[in-house]
Design a protein around this ligand. Structure first.
Ligand code: FES
Length: 137
């Protein structure tokens, strides 16, 4: 078996851990539903993957980069929000702003499982949360 190439022609990459090792999809999917798993995504940016209730991955990854001034932030399971520690911005579970000063929703990336790999690719089409062209494209 030959693993898929790490970088696709479409600019996609395989999800990796912080040490740069490709993470098997089975490792992420072994986590309980509603887990937000942080992986190294496009350009090495930390990206949250969401495990859905049915045990599959949500097709949107959420980039861990606050749209205020770029801090990284944790997922708060109790509040079901991403909460930025720098200036208090809060985002809902799909990355919409709930409280500023963040001005914009969190960036998205496409998530696809290929065999035992997770492929992350750029999100360039309509932002499903706003129905508009993504602000980051
Ligand atoms: Fe996140 Fe300012 S960088 S609230």
């Amino acid at each position: 078996f030959i693993p898929p190439s790490e970088v696709g022609e479409d600019g996609s990459i395989l999800a990796k851990d912080i040490n740069g090792n490709v993470i098997p999809a089975s490792q992420i999917l072994a986590e309980p539903p509603e887990t937000r798993a942080l992986v190294a995504g496009l350009a090495g940016e930390p990206t949250y993957l969401t495990i859905k209730e049915d045990g599959t991955l949500h097709p949107w990854g959420i980039v861990d980069n606050c749209t205020h001034l770029g801090c990284t932030f944790p997922w708060n399971e109790n509040d079901a929000q991403f909460q930025c520690p720098c200036h208090g911005s809060r985002y809902d579970d799909e990355g919409r702003v709930v409280r500023g000063p963040a001005p914009l929703p969190l960036r998205l990336a496409h998530i696809n499982v290929e065999g035992d790999y997770i492929r992350i690719s750029p999100w360039t089409e309509t932002d499903p949360r706003t129905g508009e062209k993504p602000w980051w494209v």
